[in-house]
Write a protein that binds this ligand. Structure first.
Ligand SMILES: Nc1ncnc2c1ncn2[C@@H]1O[C@H](COP(=O)(O)OP(=O)(O)OP(=O)(O)O)[C@@H](O)[C@H]1O
Ligand SMILES: [Mg+2]
Length: 395
């Protein structure tokens, strides 16, 4: 063989990742990349196009199995070897069904790796001779969801913070929540995290950033949601350009399964690029007449800006108890299908005061169930192979 085979290690645990790297190097393989699960794994895989993936699978294994499948979809010609401390037949079988070609029980010795890697590469060579596979060239990209609305105070931030949390908790996705409210960004307050650096600080330096260094600007919420906060003072947005925002969103989407973007109740050029970058726009309306009227204008504006109707999903949020209109009326007036509805729930106000998302403080409240179901619906469609939006739009 002309060159030493290249491996990419996928393991969220930095300790075991280092162990396996050592074993690979002792066995004279080149480690060309390393990553955790999910989009990050697929991004590194597509950049490196290695000869083999070496993937950790420990309990709970769902995320590892999803990643093995995603790697198989992204690079069908690169075989995967799993290493794990789970030695039972069911675990081995599940990994193989997801697409693993070999399964090593820990502790993994360099000679085990040598045998397994050359074994699966030989198999792959034979398979390639039988049939030539296609390779997807598009870069890995998480789903960007922009939470938008024509007015202030209709529940955009409530939905952004809770949807981000529900996606992490209910679906084990990796999520970054970006506070793009150019007036009163209050994600950090609602999630009770301290702001040291904001999106404005990042924007200034984004020209020098890559997807790893961009993470230094994120704050971790205890739920696992990563947050890119708004600046403490709105004047700091002054020199932030739409180009910088596009770059930030793209960098984040290379590493996270979901980038959730919260927006202000106004329209400006920063909001415009968050809509352009979005794979899905959740257009939030409350049930009062003024909000419906403004939502009609927002729909018109999105149409004239050539935003594909397919990606705009109308969400009714019962942010107040008043209920003069019926949902059918809303659909009739707006001539637009309601995609999701979130019930009114007093638990929202109490958890906002506690600085925690209601899906954490009251997971069984009606509002929490509605938002968790939304997260599961989004996730369920994302894991299928076809483009997420095409399928989503089908119903
Ligand atoms: N489903 C709901 N049930 C009860 N209260 C709600 C609900 N959704 C939102 N609220 C309340 O409505 C108020 C406004 O919510 P939120 O701050 O999320 O709106 P916003 O659209 O982000 O506002 P802004 O544009 O000012 O940022 C908050 O007091 C929140 O507690
Ligand atoms: Mg808000």
């Amino acid at each position: 063989m002309a060159r030493t085979p290249e491996a990419v290690i996928i393991d969220p645990d930095l300790g075991t990742r280092a162990d396996i790297k050592r074993a690979l190097m002792l066995a004279h393989f080149t480690v060309s990349g390393e990553a955790g699960y999910g989009i990050e794994a697929v991004t590194v895989a597509k950049e490196q196009v290695p000869d083999v993936f070496v993937v950790s699978a420990e309990e709970p294994v769902a995320r590892a199995l999803q990643t093995i499948e995603a790697l198989g979809d992204a690079l069908p010609d690169t075989p995967t070897i799993v290493y794990s401390s789970l030695a039972d037949a069911a675990s081995v079988r599940r990994a193989m069904v997801s697409g693993a070609r070999d399964y090593l029980i820990k502790p993994v010795k360099p000679e085990d790796l040598t045998r397994a890697i050359y074994g699966v590469m030989g198999q792959e060579e034979r398979r390639r001779m039988r049939a030539s596979g296609e390779r997807q060239e598009a870069p890995a990209h998480g789903t960007v969801i922009t939470v938008f609305g024509a007015k202030g105070g209709i529940g955009k931030t409530t939905i952004s913070t809770n949807l981000a949390t529900a996606l992490v908790r209910a679906t084990s996705s990796t999520v970054v929540l970006v506070d793009m409210d150019t007036r009163f960004g209050d994600v950090a307050i609602m999630m009770d995290v301290a702001v040291e650096q904001s999106i404005a600080d990042l924007a200034r330096r984004v020209g020098e950033m890559d997807r790893d260094t961009v993470r230094d600007y994120l704050v971790r919420h205890h739920s696992g949601v990563m947050i890119l906060p708004a600046p403490l003072h709105p004047t700091e947005w002054r020199n932030v350009t739409p180009q910088q925002i596009t770059k930030i969103i793209n960098l984040l989407a290379e590493s996270y399964d979901y980038v959730i973007v919260d927006t202000p109740g106004t329209f400006n050029e920063i909001v415009a690029v968050t809509l352009e970058s979005a794979g899905l726009i959740l257009l939030v309306t409350s049930m009062d007449i003024a909000s419906i009227k403004d939502t009609a204008l927002a729909l018109e504006m999105l149409q004239s800006a050539d935003v594909s109707e397919d990606k705009v999903k109308l969400m009714i949020n019962h942010s107040t108890a008043a209920n003069t209109l019926r949902e059918e009326d809303v659909e009739r007036v707006l001539e637009y299908k309601v995609f999701w509805r979130i019930p009114h729930d007093l638990n929202v106000a109490t958890s906002t005061q506690l600085g925690q998302p209601v899906v954490i403080t009251k997971p069984y409240a009606r509002v929490s169930r509605s938002i968790s179901d939304l997260a599961a619906a989004l996730r369920g469609t994302v894991t299928e192979k076809k483009g997420f939006l095409e399928r989503f739009l089908g119903h």
